[in-house]
Design a protein around this ligand. Structure first.
Ligand code: CTP
Ligand code: MG
Length: 228
């Protein structure tokens, strides 16, 4: 089952404290964003990639895409101030139909395509499907340094990307959020906001988002392990 993917890469990478957008950081000599895009480039079911980039970085990214011979990139679109705006801009480049679009963070280079078929299928059935893993830690609510509640862990899932949608549904959700000036923490939350169902597909704990410098340590360990 075919899909297209929007890859938001138009952040600043502030928490990574690298002095530049973390998409350009090298892992085994290759930029993070290229690691991520190559997964889709090599997946036969992916029929097109839309990258969302900072205006000032579009040229640099485009030259990387040709250097790494990424043939599936259909467009490089300018991002917005929030991730949600960046995804919205990417979405505008796609026609409004019922085909499937993935949204996947440029900063998540370790996802594997094993789950992609499930995501596409679930999104066709339900409208929206997201990768997720069960929370391993005990989670407590805290106010003024005092615990107010221990949340039942069995119902807690940590949500990742890709998140897969029927394009028409994701467009409707983004348009509604825009109208209401609502900012969600992920795309699925916009779909939830309009009262529609979102299915879970169980993912892998190694599908981390590179967010803080510690994540780079773990990233290099994952790459070492994969070489074996
Ligand atoms: N992103 C984007 N447009 C934005 C903000 C984020 O396209 N305005 C992208 C990032 O480039 C990243 C993904 O969304 O691939 C997830 O965001 P996050 O991990 O928060 O990255 P940054 O926003 O770059 O990092 P920080 O929040 O630490 O500044
Ligand atoms: Mg951010």
């Amino acid at each position: 089952m075919e899909y297209q993917v929007i890859v938001p890469a138009a952040g600043q990478g502030k928490r990574m404290q690298a002095g530049k957008n973390k998409q350009f950081l090298l892992l085994e000599n290759k930029p993070v964003l290229i690691h991520t895009l190559s997964i889709f480039e090599e997946d036969e079911h992916c029929k097109g990639i839309i990258v969302v980039a900072n205006k000032a970085e579009i040229n640099e990214m485009e030259s990387l895409f040709s250097r790494y011979k990424l043939a599936k990139i259909k467009a490089v679109i300018e991002g917005g101030s929030e991730r949600q705006h960046s995804v919205y801009n990417g979405l505008k480049a796609l026609p409004n139909d019922n085909s499937i679009v993935f949204v996947h963070d440029g900063a998540r280079p370790f996802v594997t395509k094993e789950s992609f078929l499930k995501l596409t299928r679930k999104a066709s059935e339900v409208g929206a499907a997201v990768l997720a893993v069960q929370v391993k830690d005990t989670i407590k609510k805290v106010t003024d340094s005092k615990v107010t509640e221990t949340v039942d862990r069995s119902s807690l899932w940590a949500i990742q990307t890709p998140q897969a949608f029927r394009i028409s549904l994701l467009k409707e959700a983004h348009e509604y959020a825009k109208k209401e000036a609502y900012i969600g923490t992920d795309d699925a939350s916009l779909v939830e906001k309009i009262g529609r169902e979102v299915a879970i597909v169980e993912g892998d704990y190694k599908n981390i988002k590179l967010t803080t410098p510690d994540d780079l340590l773990y990233a290099n360990m994952i790459l070492e392990e994969r070489k074996k």
